[in-house]
Design a binder for this molecule. Structure first.
Ligand code: DLL
Length: 436
């Protein structure tokens, strides 16, 4: 399969060259960090007083981890390393409560984000021939503007349609001949469920591919979207703290996401010991950003769970791949003492062909015990006079879930369109116990 490079030299450089770049980048990042009220005492406390104290990449291990809480404590300007007048943009995380986590970009940072994004987009095969509909929020969320700038850099025709007004999204897709769409997987499924109402079938569209990210989803959900639209779905990973999308992206092989190692140093750690785990083993992703002037962040604990692919990718890119994010360490539900990740439930539900495009997990207290309810929308036309097929489906979902998570859940089946939809990140879990 011919692969498209945006910057072949950078994307295929040898490991030795990547590490040389990383060491140089780390020295610069440390020098910048020492300019900030937050990092100066931290770094000096471990004997790092200047960039020359970083002699090899192993010195990274001397630097303490940075957490989301640290970012909140440094709010608003405690981690800024440049003159205020050099900052041209800020973004903030989508957290719904408390102090937001904010990141800042200089002109050069904005350009670098666009470059990493352009690499990512090109790796999927997209180019200036494509019409690109950016169906994500254009506000403080990085998914809108950062993706937009990258898509323009590649030369695609960008429709900055933002989220919402699903019937208009479908009209744009049809009228402008959209070939590539960027959306959360949950919203893209919702768009599919509305096609028929608009009198449009997937065959009427020119859609070839979708970039899906910003929230966890399983391989079955990917396959479901691919089958429903007849397109290819590329997994896209990023977080505001690391400039948003464009951190790691799937290439045409759609098997693991290349993490751009000349822009980021990646570590995967064990959550208990905080030590690095071997390639292939699941752990928490820790990232150090090398490609940002305005706001250095060193060894950021993302809370996202992944592993590094041990083998190189046949596409020729030398930047290592990370596996699909299986969830966040703080996502885990403990139900009657048993650990359950929402992704395990999604895995069962979305693997069933009868299931539609939406589901919801509800956890409540019932007496002294926890009660798990999984609400699932079925595909169109399945609620009929004969309830036996649905009863059988309900029982199959229940039994498979019980086998996988060792909890006997209540399963409710719903007609299409009955469960709440979000246009951005889906809220899949409602934990009523938290309110007690
Ligand atoms: O979601 C940036 C982004 C925008 C990524 C568009 C991809 C596409 P935040 O709002 O800060 O930034 O949320 C970051 O979302 O730590 C993960 O937990 C989750 N996340 C992002 N991409 C994926 C993915 C953006 N592909 C948080 N799979 C991250 C699973 C993802 N989870």
């Amino acid at each position: 399969m011919a692969t498209k490079f945006w910057d072949k030299e950078a994307e295929t450089m040898s490991r030795a060259d990547i590490e040389r770049r990383q060491l140089a980048g780390l020295k610069v990042a440390v020098a910048r960090a020492l300019q900030t009220p937050f990092y100066k005492p931290r770094l000096e406390g471990v004997g790092i007083k200047g960039p020359d104290d970083i002699k090899s990449l192993a010195d990274l291990q001397r630097i303490p981890y940075t957490t989301k809480d640290d970012l909140r404590k440094a709010y608003p300007y405690g981690m800024v390393a440049v003159d205020r007048r050099d900052i041209v943009r800020l973004h903030a995380s989508s957290g719904t409560t408390g102090t937001p986590t904010v990141i800042y970009l200089t002109q050069k940072d904005v350009a670098r984000c666009a470059d990493f994004m352009a690499r990512s987009i090109s790796a999927t095969g997209a180019d200036a021939n494509d019409v690109f509909q950016n169906v994500v929020n254009y506000g403080l969320f990085t998914g809108g503007l950062v993706m937009h700038y990258g898509a323009e850099r590649v030369g695609m025709l960008v429709i900055p349609s933002g989220t919402g007004n699903t019937s208009r999204q479908i009209k744009f897709m049809k009228d402008f001949g959209t070939t590539t769409v960027h959306a959360t997987p949950s919203y893209l499924l919702h768009i599919h469920s509305k096609l028929a109402e608009e009198g449009v079938s997937p065959g009427d569209l020119k859609l070839k591919r979708a970039f899906c990210g910003a929230e966890p989803y399983t391989e079955d959900t990917r396959r479901k979207i691919e089958g429903l639209f007849g397109i290819e779905v590329f997994n896209s990973y990023g977080l505001s703290e690391m400039n948003g999308p464009g951190v790691a992206f799937e290439c045409e092989r759609r098997d693991g996401m290349h993490l751009w190692e000349d822009g980021y140093i990646l570590e995967v750690i064990d959550r208990a010991s905080l030590e690095s785990v071997p390639d292939g083993e699941l752990g928490e992703l820790v990232l150090t950003i090398l490609c940002r002037e305005a706001m250095p962040i060193l060894r950021y604990r993302t809370r996202d769970l992944t592993s590094v692919y041990p083998e190189p990718c046949p596409c020729g890119r030398t930047h290592r791949r990370i596996a699909r994010i299986t969830g966040r360490s703080d996502d885990m539900l403990i139900i009657n003492g048993i650990n359950v990740f929402p992704s395990q439930i999604e895995e069962v539900v979305m693997a069933m062909p009868e299931v539609g495009t939406n589901y919801l997990i509800l956890v409540e207290k019932q007496g002294s015990l926890d009660k798990l309810t999984v609400k699932v929308e079925v595909g169109p036309g399945q609620f009929a006079d004969d309830s036996r097929p649905l009863n059988a489906l309900r029982e199959r979902i229940r039994a498979r879930l019980q086998a996988l998570i060792s909890i006997n859940p209540h399963v409710e089946l719903h007609e299409p369109g009955m469960l709440p939809v979000s246009e951005g990140k889906a809220k899949r879990v409602i934990d009523e116990r938290a309110k007690l």
